[in-house]
Ligand binder design. Sequence first.
Ligand code: NAP
Length: 278
Amino acid sequence: MIYDVRTRGGAVLPNLGLGTWRMGENHSRRKDEIAALELGLDLGMRLIDTAEMYGNGGAEEVVAEAVAGRRDGVVIVSKVLPVNAGYAGTIAAAGRSLKRLRTEWIDLYLLHWPGPHPLEETLRAFEKLRVDGTVRSYGVSNFDLGEMEACELLPGGSGVVANQVLYNLERRGIERSVLPWCAQRDIAVMAYSPLDQARLRTREGLVEVARRHGVTSYQVAIAWTMRHENVVSIPKATRLDHVRELAAAAEIVLSEDDLRLLEGDYPAPTKDLPLETA
Ligand code: NAP
């Protein structure tokens, strides 16, 4: 079931949404991309994840088309590029994103990854954007535990409501510290590339769990990321049959025995690893 993850500071994020990386790059695919996001919205996937980086702004324009006429019901997440993330640069980038998205607000605005500008500046800009109503809430992406801890101590750091990180059956490093640290503070973890960019290897246990539920292995992989109550999973799909499968994955309830089988094939790491990225 798709439910709302409630973060500290009062942000509300549906726990399943759609990503847009690689959208908006090619005009000939635009219609299909819009149709995929529209179908996702029709099927209850009300969160859309985008970024100024994707398609050089093109993905945000695709999102604008898809949400036209139903903006109020949609949670839009976008991201500022680290190179733009000084104080003035962040505010200017948010303004450009608003224009491309054809909206008056961004629900959740993230720093795409740690970059060259002091984080204090980015947070100060995020806070101003929040007070102005340009963004409803803000957060970070690709932040490891040490970066989260340092961020928390800065002015505006306690305003961070989400950390978007790589998470799927084969990339489980965040389970050792980032995930529990965020959960303890009601910070949402947004799982990106939950299908490992369609490179996820389908091992025996995954195939067996899929067979038990009468679904595909990739649907089980999505349900698996959604099993934590503070995780928001954001797969991307442009094929309509894929979008339908992703929406249906929210209905899968994995049993203890299913989870044991998956654990056998895709064990969690036994030592701390540096944060993996796409
Ligand atoms: P992903 O969601 O793991 O995989 C996307 C791929 O899976 C596409 O090729 C898609 O095919 C395929 N797919 C989707 N549903 C499927 C299904 N039911 N069965 C089989 N294949 C299926 O990869 P991702 O795009 O890297 O990650 C998702 C989103 O996370 C991105 O779009 C982006 O919004 C975000 N992200 C954020 C960061 C960051 O640094 N913050 C990094 C990476 C990604 P079709 O497109 O052909 O349907």
